[in-house]
Design a protein around this ligand. Structure first.
Ligand SMILES: Nc1ncnc2c1ncn2[C@@H]1O[C@H](COP(=O)(O)OP(=O)(O)OP(=O)(O)O)[C@@H](O)[C@H]1O
Ligand SMILES: [Mg+2]
Ligand SMILES: [Zn+2]
Length: 149
């Protein structure tokens, strides 16, 4: 099958195996702003594992750990590939940590973590699909409730 040349980047990051519905949310996390970057976003692509997947390729950017942690929350099956000189030089799966701090806002408007100077904190009670329990009010959030700080 023919492929477009535009699908290759020289150096950068490829986030693959994104749950298709979460593709644009992942793009948001990556905060793409640089006017020089080549950015390719694919959605509803056919995947053996996921049925449908999304993929994002960003030229000139190595994604950092905080971004990986955020991506893991909304796309727990995603994998990250670091590209150098057109080759994959590093590949890893995102991983949801046991405890999340300062990343997700508690969805309970009355929660103490939404007041004062208390940093939001949740325990990951299920990784895929994601379930987060607030450390303070103990309410449980699923992916649809997640608002990133
Ligand atoms: N130079 C490049 N520019 C853009 N995307 C690339 C480049 N090289 C690889 N990719 C993409 O990175 C991902 C991983 O590449 P790889 O060659 O490891 O494919 P794969 O064998 O399908 O890997 P996986 O088992 O993770 O699905 C693929 O989505 C591929 O299209
Ligand atoms: Mg593949
Ligand atoms: Zn709470």
């Amino acid at each position: 099958m023919k492929q477009l040349d535009v699908s290759a980047i020289k150096d950068g990051s490829v986030i693959d195996h994104i749950d298709s519905k979460s593709t644009l949310k992942v793009a948001d996390i990556l905060n793409i702003q640089n006017e020089e970057q080549v950015v390719l976003v694919g959605m509803n692509l056919t995947s053996k594992f996921l049925g449908k997947k999304g993929i994002i390729k960003i030229g000139g950017k190595i994604i950092d750990q905080k971004e990986v942690n955020k991506i893991a929350l909304i796309a727990p099956d995603a994998s990250v590939n670091i590209i150098k000189d057109y080759e994959v030089v590093k590949k890893f799966k995102v991983e949801v940590p046991e405890i999340i701090e300062g990343i997700v806002k508690c969805f309970n408007p009355n929660c103490v973590s939404n007041y004062n100077n208390i940093k939001a904190k949740q325990h990951v009670v299920n990784k895929n699909p994601i379930k987060l329990q607030c450390h303070y009010c103990e309410r449980v959030m699923s992916v649809k409730d997640i608002v990133l700080i």
